[in-house]
Design a protein around this ligand. Structure first.
Ligand SMILES: Nc1ncnc2c1ncn2[C@@H]1O[C@H](COP(=O)(O)OP(=O)(O)OP(=O)(O)O)[C@@H](O)[C@H]1O
Ligand SMILES: [Zn+2]
Length: 572
């Protein structure tokens, strides 16, 4: 589209240039005429027009259309004299003005043309923002660019085969999925997977985002969808990718947003287009969402998005591979411990790991290092988790520092005692720019499930900060520093009871799922759990109070403790 409009613009430009040049130069050459002959002709009434060319010449047009060049007498009264004899007189400036006017008009027309094209094509640019030659190129994205996600790769192998040779499937009467839905947390590579499917099948990739359709006039979204499919069909085989499909395919909640015509129309257009393919067309629609639970069931019916593929957070092996993938083409020190980094980056998505490597590279450059070192990766890791260390710490008073130190040591000690399989990667009382007074980085083991015991201990670890404060400074002096812990603990206890049905007395009933409001029994239950767990962890810290003092003292002295430091302190 861009190329095409550029071509038209060039054509128009040349056309105008030719016209102007033609106007200027293709006029007949004027012949010379002496001034007396001219005067004689003028007085005979033969002269039609006189153009004062410059100080030397006049251009004279006769009534018979012949053109002459006459010396300019440069007299003040010549103009009136010419006019008296019935000739029109023009100043050459008029001519210049004409050229300027033409140029000006060309400019305006050019600008107008370009803006018109831009407005007209804006829709299309947004609609198919990756439909350029580069994206169409097969080598742009392949499975090699995706580390991990092996199950997902396996699940789309037949789709790729189908796109390559749809007839093979049609002949056997096999109905291939028209739509694939990739779901999972943000940054796990759903877009990457869709691109890789297109890349592996060597077909163009057309992408839109559901959020582009939000807040549009009725009918615009639907027409965009139709345009998108029309374009894809032109290339015969293609992958159409709709990111954030939840923006147009959200469940309709009864009573609420009823009559959202625009969204419904867009969704209907999509479903209609999808049912309009023939079985031997190699077009596949891939949609992605972070919120599978909010999707309208109509989208998931057979013939629509009926193949669901989860793209989950990477496990330790996948993290290792992703880190390696992004470090591979960067200069790095040989002794970098990727195993350690992969172990520590629990809950990191692929996008976060990529970001981690990039941050480390930036840090290395900032520190004028020619290679990425372990310390850069460590710094980047903490940076991503907790933000920057606050550089100016002179304003923190001793009392606050001491409270923070006991609070953090409380968390660390409780982790050591209650969740020994977790790794305390860092405890610090260096405040971060994100507003933490200090923090603990506690890395759980990669596990598929959490046990009941684990959840309870995890909540105790969360409460241990406040418990340590109370133990040391008294119940009147507890601080606001535990708000985040309390929030997380409350969330966990609610899930423990409701979501996971782990409370012996309340059993397996989930109020939320049954659309019942939380009743007072449930509330009481949560409070009583919290009270007991808090009491237990306070008692635990009290029985290990010497250790708590030791860790705190060391923490105040060093500001930051790592796994080994704490291990040594605990073994003393
Ligand atoms: N498994 C992976 N292997 C390699 N790179 C990955 C992987 N997962 C994510 N990435 C990197 O993270 C970036 C973001 O991923 P992508 O946009 O595909 O995620 P997404 O799941 O579509 O996210 P969102 O839901 O936020 O749109 C990718 O461009 C890629 O560089
Ligand atoms: Zn805390």
């Amino acid at each position: 589209m861009k190329k095409y409009s550029f071509f038209i613009a060039v054509c128009i430009f040349f056309l105008f240039t030719i016209l102007i040049v033609g106007y200027l130069y293709l006029q007949p050459e004027p012949k010379d005429m002496s001034y007396p002959t001219f005067v004689a002709q003028l007085e005979k009434g033969q002269v039609k027009e006189i153009i004062i060319k410059n100080d030397t010449f006049l251009e004279v047009k006769m009534k018979d259309h012949s053109l002459y060049q006459v010396p300019n007498p440069q007299s003040e009264s010549m103009k009136e004299y010419f006019l008296l004899n019935g000739a029109t007189v023009k100043n050459n400036k008029v001519n210049e003005n004409l050229i300027i006017q033409i140029l000006f008009m060309t400019g305006i027309l050019g600008i107008g043309f370009f803006s018109y094209k831009k407005v007209m094509s804006k829709d299309k640019i947004q609609l198919i923002d990756v439909n350029n030659q580069k994206e169409k190129n097969k080598s742009i994205c392949s499975f090699d660019h995706i580390a991990g996600n092996e199950e997902a790769k396996h699940m789309v192998k037949d789709i790729i085969d189908f796109i390559k040779d749809p007839d093979k499937y049609a002949k056997l009467g096999a109905k291939m999925p028209r739509g694939i839905l990739l779901y999972g947390p943000p940054g796990t590579g759903k877009t990457l997977m869709a691109k890789a499917i297109a890349g592996e099948s060597n077909v163009p990739f057309y992408a839109v985002s559901g959020s582009d359709f939000v807040q549009m006039y009725v009918g615009v979204g639907a027409s965009r969808i139709r345009q998108l499919f029309k374009r894809a069909k032109k290339s015969q085989k293609a992958v159409i990718f709709i990111d954030e499909i939840d923006a147009i395919g959200k469940k309709r909640s009864p009573g609420l947003d009823q009559g959202n015509d625009e969204r419904d129309q867009t969704l209907n257009a999509l479903l209609t287009e999808m049912s309009g393919f023939h079985d031997n067309e190699g077009i596949v629609v891939i949609a992605a969402t972070n919120r599978l639970d909010t999707l309208d069931e109509a989208l998931l019916r057979p013939g629509r998005f009926d193949r669901l593929i989860e793209i989950g957070l990477p496990d330790i092996n996948a993290r290792h591979r992703i880190l390696k993938l992004y470090l591979e083409n960067k200069p790095m020190e040989k002794d970098i411990d990727l195993d350690k980094l992969a172990r520590e980056t629990v809950c990191f998505s692929g996008a976060m790991l990529e970001n981690l490597v990039n941050e480390a590279a930036i840090l290395a450059a900032n520190q004028n290092s020619i290679k990425i070192q372990q310390k850069h990766l460590d710094q980047a890791f903490y940076h991503i988790i907790a933000g920057n260390e606050k550089k100016d710490r002179s304003s923190i008073n001793q009392e606050d520092l001491s409270i923070t130190a006991y609070h953090e040591s409380g968390h660390a000690l409780a982790t050591k005692l209650l969740l020994p399989e977790n790794k305390i990667s860092k405890v610090t009382i260096i405040p971060s720019t994100r507003g933490y007074g200090g923090f603990n980085i506690n890395i759980p083991k990669d596990r598929l499930y959490k046990t009941k015991q684990y959840i309870l201990n995890d909540i105790k670890v969360l409460l241990a900060g406040r418990a340590a404060e109370e133990l040391i400074f008294g119940s009147e002096n507890i601080t606001t520093g535990a708000s985040n812990d309390i929030e997380k603990a409350s969330q966990q206890i609610k899930e423990y009871i409701m979501k996971f049905g782990m409370d012996g007395e309340l059993g397996l009933f989930n109020n939320d799922a049954a659309n019942l409001n939380a009743d007072s029994i449930l509330l009481e239950k949560c409070r009583s759990y919290m009270k007991n767990l808090y009491k237990e962890v306070k008692h635990l810290l009290n029985t290990n109070i010497d250790l708590l003092h030791r860790i705190t003292k060391e923490l105040i002295a060093k500001e930051t403790l790592n796994e080994e430091d704490i291990q040594i302190l605990c073994e003393k």
